[in-house]
Design a protein around this ligand. Structure first.
Ligand code: G3H
Ligand code: 13P
Ligand code: ZN
Length: 358
């Protein structure tokens, strides 16, 4: 048999046959149709309509996942609270097992929960990862994060990603300004974080054609926010909205790091000192000022840590990973439903479905 490089490329049109391309060693290419893609794919949507419906009223929760327990809890929690949502996959999550693994888990969840309406989003992508996700046909949204680059370079990179994404009907979140905290193993001190300049934001959106903008407004990634005592800069957010009326804004670093959660983790052997986050009662205020997407990752990790630490503290004789895994899925689902109440996205599912089917 001829040697060949095996390249699979699923053409993910809902309800259509999937195709595999084989690039043969001699440069030729063969294409074989091998299966039918599941019927429910159509409820993986872009964020465009979700943001239009939410703008000024509520925000959509964007939750990072890394494994199947998080995925199950996420879908269940969103359906329990009848909320549309965004599944976020970071570069680190893509390489934790294999990028195909998370895609497969999400596809399975889509079949298990056919009523879910969600976007699949790449979180903090570089240009190469964005292009890979766009090419995969699975992601409905990508974030290009070139915010560490000078303005002109950020514009240049973002424009290339927007062009490629829009050609495939995929939307793009870009970032201007710099958040503090840890991101992709790079730590930015809060004091070095750069808040988004509202006038520059308007120019950036005009030049790049991005579909939403991640703004640095005082929050930071991770469990140790607001070390200088400052809070969310609603004044800056209001100015950005004034410059970009009606344009969807994204708030990163939005975990609230519940003190009760931190206390339970510490009581079960953890050592999280001085951890704090965003007041979740401020999400609606942010939504009124144009925030349509709120990114939450750290809080989910805290739920995982609390469940597992408490479980093994209380059951030192147990070693079946499914025992704490089951508790985690239930607890994570409850956490998601609670967050959606705070974001105002809870109860919006039927309205969103009706609007999408129009
Ligand atoms: O912004 C960072 C997100 O929380 C993703 O974190 O890169 O460790 O997956 P990660
Ligand atoms: P947290 O670390 O506050 O959960 O922020 C997550 C985030 O912004 C992912 O992009
Ligand atoms: Zn982020």
């Amino acid at each position: 048999m001829a040697e060949f490089e095996f390249r699979t490329r699923l053409l993910l049109e809902p309800g259509k046959w999937a195709t595999v391309s084989r690039a043969l060693a001699d440069g030729g290419q063969s294409q074989i149709v091998f299966g039918y893609y599941p019927k429910n794919t159509q409820m993986i949507v872009t964020t465009k309509k979700l943001f239009e419906l939410a703008y000024g009223k509520y925000a959509i929760g964007a939750y990072n996942i890394n494994n199947l327990e998080q995925c199950m809890g996420l879908f269940r929690g969103n359906l329990d609270s009848q909320a549309p949502f965004i599944v976020q996959i970071s570069k680190g999550a893509r390489s934790y097992t294999h990028k195909a693994m998370l895609e497969a888990i999400i596809r399975a969840a889509n079949d298990i929960f056919p009523d879910a309406i969600f976007a699949v989003h790449l979180d903090h992508g570089d240009e190469k990862t964005c292009m890979d996700c766009i090419e995969s046909g699975f992601y409905s949204s990508v974030m290009i994060d070139a915010s560490h680059e000078p303005f002109e370079k950020n514009v240049e990179i973002t424009k290339r990603v927007v062009k490629a994404a829009h050609a495939r009907g995929i939307v793009v979140e870009a970032e201007l300004g710099q958040l503090g905290g840890v991101e992709e193993h790079v730590k930015v001190e809060e004091s070095n974080a750069k808040l988004t300049d509202p006038k520059q934001a308007k120019e950036f959106v005009r030049l790049t054609g991005c579909d939403s903008l991640a703004c640095a407004i005082g929050t930071s990634h991770g469990a140790y926010k607001f070390s200088g005592g400052q809070g969310v800069r609603f004044d800056v957010l209001a100015q950005i909205q004034k410059e970009l009326p009606g344009f969807p804004l994204v708030m990163h670093g939005s975990s609230s790091v519940p003190q009760e959660e931190v206390a339970r983790i510490n009581a079960a052997g953890g050592a999280l000192k001085g951890a704090k986050g965003v007041d979740e009662n401020q999400f609606r205020e942010a939504a009124k000022l144009g925030v349509t997407k709120v990114n939450i990752d750290t809080d989910g990790r805290l739920v995982w840590t609390r469940v597992h630490r408490e479980f093994f503290r209380d059951h030192p004789d147990k070693f079946d990973l499914r025992d704490p895994g089951k508790i985690f899925m239930t607890e994570y689902a409850k956490f998601i439903a609670h967050k959606n109440e705070k974001l105002g996205s809870a109860g919006q599912l039927s309205t969103v479905r009706a609007a999408l089917l129009k």
